[in-house]
Design a protein around this ligand. Structure first.
Ligand code: NAP
Length: 499
């Protein structure tokens, strides 16, 4: 029987993160990489989200990798399509397509202690084996329609924002939008342009700030192409500008009050009607839920053909949505901008570690990892966007870059020292998480609102309670002595190294 090849690294997911990890691993001399991707294209969430108006709400000069610059961004906040194209370009520029197995979905991952090899089972019958794994399947990869009473009875078209139905023409149609989060504020202004009317069903009003979007002139793009330092300087300015926002959004300080004042001023400036203003006024601390960034959401809500409805939804009916004031809203389509099935308790497939332990079981109560990247009992496995790695004030891509550098340091250590495995110590992981949870108590995310950052029992396994600078500093240090290292023969002595 043919022996299964054992790759150096298996990367799960060909979104921004998985591709970034592959680029950095290749630069570090790790060539035997296989990337599995369940879809037939790269791009992850930026491939899947194609709703009208999809764009980034962080400037893309910061929402991109510092090691894979694009001098040709057309705007500060480009469209989702432009980001998708950039990800495809990255893939081709770094010759990554040959590493990717498209249409391959991982159905399970298990670690063999005696050989130090991870085996992935996939939707095909083939197994993929690797010494190390980078889990880059993303926290917002899956979505489903919400469990709203009567949803199965509705006879019109149901569209989730994360899998837009481009065959459905909204022109002249009666549209309902459920949800008023980051996706909704982008798509509502587009829908009102063509629909007969749009009714926006709001459960909780969010804080909306204007988006300082400008086009980037050709001359500036040429400058960035010729003088990379100019683009790096801009990126640094954006980074520190966002970093300063932590003082208002991560912790509740007098500056948080300034953000509420700004939000209220934006509301007063844009919304003339007093009652609508009251309906749109948030009642939670800014930063507790993700800030909404939009120049046209408030304007769209005041269009003749748009109406904000804040009566709770009682049920969906065959004709539309019935709210608890007894009104039935007849609709041709309902857009569910209701968010994702966030994987707070592990990836959506079983992961089996040392001694047959299950990550889903270990994380059943609460997910935790060391520095968001390594989990005790699951050696040679590096998580991307793992527990407590999310930012509330800066670009996720900045954090992901730190995670990639950490994983590359771990993987190159395992390969260079020919270790059977490297398993983060339980005491190290416990101490790290005790400190994280202690620091989280002082953050805005724990100030009482409900958000997808928290589990049903209010545990925060999503956000990093600090500055991006602090996160990056910890990720730069790959401490060998935080791990139990097992050679193919015996234990090896612990030493420190810098990522
Ligand atoms: P979201 O932020 O989770 O918002 C979901 C919305 O749907 C909320 O308004 C929520 O109300 C409402 N909702 C959920 N279930 C409902 C129900 N059963 N009945 C009535 N209303 C319901 O989802 P999202 O807007 O898709 O954004 C998710 C994440 O994606 C964001 O936090 C962000 O990380 C990412 N995103 C990023 C960008 C970007 O530009 N970078 C753009 C879009 C999304 P409640 O607030 O009351 O729960």
């Amino acid at each position: 029987m043919a022996q299964t090849h054992i790759h150096d690294t298996l990367i799960v997911g060909a979104g921004f993160t998985g591709l970034g990890a592959a680029i950095k691993l290749k630069k570090s001399g790790v060539d035997d990489i296989v990337i599995v991707e369940r879809a037939d294209d790269v791009g992850g969430t930026w491939r899947d989200n194609t709703y009208p108006g999809v764009a980034c709400d962080i400037p893309t000069m910061l929402y991109s990798f510092s090691f894979a610059r694009n001098p040709a961004w057309s705007r500060m906040y480009p469209s989702g399509g432009e980001i998708r194209d950039h990800i495809r370009d990255l893939t081709d520029q770094h010759d990554l397509r040959r590493l990717i197995r498209f249409g391959t979905e991982v159905t399970g991952l298990s670690f063999a202690e005696d050989t130090g090899v991870w085996t992935a089972t996939t939707n095909g019958r083939r197994k993929i084996c690797a010494r190390t794994v980078v889990l880059a399947s993303g926290p917002l990869a899956d979505h489903s329609l919400p469990d709203i009473r009567g949803i199965e009875t509705y006879k019109g078209t149901k569209i989730h924002s994360a899998s837009w139905n481009h065959d459905f023409d909204v022109t002249g149609k009666r549209i309902g939008v459920i949800g008023t989060g980051a996706s909704a504020v982008q798509l509502v202004p587009e829908l009102v342009k063509d629909a007969a009317f749009v009714k926006v069903f709001q459960r909780t009003p969010g804080w909306v700030l204007p988006r300082p979007d400008v086009g980037i002139p050709d001359s500036v793009q040429q400058l960035f192409a010729k003088v990379p330092a100019a683009q790096e300087l801009t990126r640094q300015a954006l980074f520190w500008g966002h970093e300063a926002c932590a003082a208002a959004l991560v912790w509740n300080t007098p500056l948080t009050g300034l953000v509420s004042a700004l939000g209220r001023a934006h509301l007063r400036l844009r919304i003339k009607d007093k009652w609508l203003r009251r309906q749109l006024t948030p009642d939670f601390t800014p930063g507790c839920k993700r800030m909404l960034i939009s120049n046209d959401y408030y304007t769209a809500l005041q269009k003749e053909n748009c109406k904000l409805i804040d009566w709770p939804i009682a049920t969906l009916s065959p004709a539309g949505i019935r709210t608890s004031d007894g009104i039935e809203h007849h609709l041709d389509a309902i857009v569910f901008a209701t968010g994702y099935d966030v994987h707070l308790s592990g990836p959506p497939f079983p992961v089996t570690g040392l001694g047959g332990r299950s990550l889903q079981q270990d994380w059943a109560a609460h997910a935790e990892a060391h520095k968001s990247a390594s989990v005790h009992g699951y050696p040679n496995l590096f998580l991307m966007t793992g527990p407590n790695s999310g930012p509330g004030h800066n670009s996720l891509l900045v954090y992901i870059e730190g995670q990639i550098d950490y994983a590359v340091a771990g993987i190159t250590t395992i390969l260079a020292q020919n270790l059977r495995y490297l398993d983060v110590r339980a005491d190290v992981q416990r101490r790290y998480n005790a400190a994280i949870q202690q620091r989280l108590t002082k953050t805005t995310w724990m100030s009482g609102c409900s958000s997808w950052y928290l589990t049903a029992d209010g545990f925060n396994a999503s956000m990093y309670p600090g500055l991006a600078t602090q996160y990056l500093r910890q990720m730069r240090q790959f401490r060998f002595d935080d791990y139990a290292a097992v050679a193919h023969g015996a234990h090896v002595r612990a030493v420190s190294s810098t990522a």
